[in-house]
Design a protein around this ligand. Structure first.
Ligand code: SF4
Length: 281
């Protein structure tokens, strides 16, 4: 049994929040560099160059890539041989988010309640936390800083089995066209297929933060990822919605078994910032 202190959890989450908002992940950086050569629209290429420069400045000055530093979504895989000491696990995470957003001078965008009061909590808490118990004696954290320009364009649909692959492609395209410039393309698109209504949404979120240079291990889903990426880039929406062939950098799919009568599909959209950071303690 390994002991992990809440102080270490807080410090780790604080750093991950700041890193996620200021440092582009290598897969997104590479996608931008590739797009410099593959984008066909001169205006689109210009935007790609500007966004590359923006990310460079953000990293060098440890300033946010975008002013909307999002709401934190945190995936924690907790080893079953870990004993958490000196406090409460979720409180330690929330404290790390508050410190990261305060000390890192990141915009606080979270409101205390969604409908009536909507008062800013002033430290970007609470984060949305998903905890999974796994084998081992480590805790694996992924912190995603989810901007809502793109989050707002995400959709979930309870298809039926008869809708099939064509049904998935149809609602995927609908989501991308509806998102248009408002999701700040080039997008990274997570698709969750199967499970139940909430499982499909979580799968889509996990897909949206999976590196875009990875493929789904199932060859048919890997092929569907490629097909959907092609569809997105054929829309002509382009960088920042001003036209071009780089509407999306990547499409990732995660799937789960489902009921004989169902085909839940969720599309979670990330903007070009696609911010997330990872640590194992
Ligand atoms: S969608 Fe992304 S790039 Fe656009 S404002 Fe939100 S965080 Fe910034």
């Amino acid at each position: 049994m390994k002991e992990i202190s809440c102080t270490l959890i807080t410090q780790t989450i604080k750093k991950l929040c700041i890193d996620a908002c200021c440092i582009q992940t290598p897969d997104i950086k590479n996608a931008f560099l590739l797009a410099q050569h593959t984008e066909t629209s001169p205006l689109g290429k210009n935007i790609i160059d500007t966004l590359i420069e923006n990310a460079k400045i953000a990293k060098n000055k440890m300033m946010p890539i975008c002013q909307d530093t999002g709401m934190c979504v945190i995936f924690a895989k907790v080893g079953q041989d870990v004993r958490i000491i000196d406090g409460d696990f979720e409180e330690a995470i929330q404290k790390g988010v508050a410190l990261g957003y305060t000390d890192g001078f990141l915009r606080k965008s979270v409101v205390n309640e969604p409908l009536f009061e909507r008062k800013n909590t002033k430290d970007n808490t609470p984060a949305v936390i998903y905890t999974q118990i796994v084998r081992g004696n480590n805790i694996d954290f992924i912190v995603a800083a989810k901007g809502f320009g793109s989050e707002n364009k995400s959709i979930l649909k309870m298809l039926v089995p008869a809708d099939g692959i064509d049904g998935v492609k149809k609602i995927f395209l609908e989501a991308i066209k509806l998102a248009g410039p408002n999701a700040c393309p080039p997008m990274v698109i997570g698709v969750g297929i199967g499970g139940t209504i909430e499982k499909a949404a979580i799968l889509a979120k996990q897909a949206a933060i999976r590196p875009i240079d990875s493929k789904n291990p199932h060859p048919l889903y890997a092929q569907l990822e490629e097909d959907l990426l092609l569809l997105a880039n054929q829309t002509g929406i382009g960088p920042q919605g001003l036209g071009g062939n780089t509407t999306a950098f990547g499409v990732n799919i995660e799937w789960y078994p489902t009921h004989i009568a169902g085909l839940p599909v969720a599309i979670n959209i990330n903007c070009h910032a696609a911010r997330h950071a990872h640590a194992i303690i």
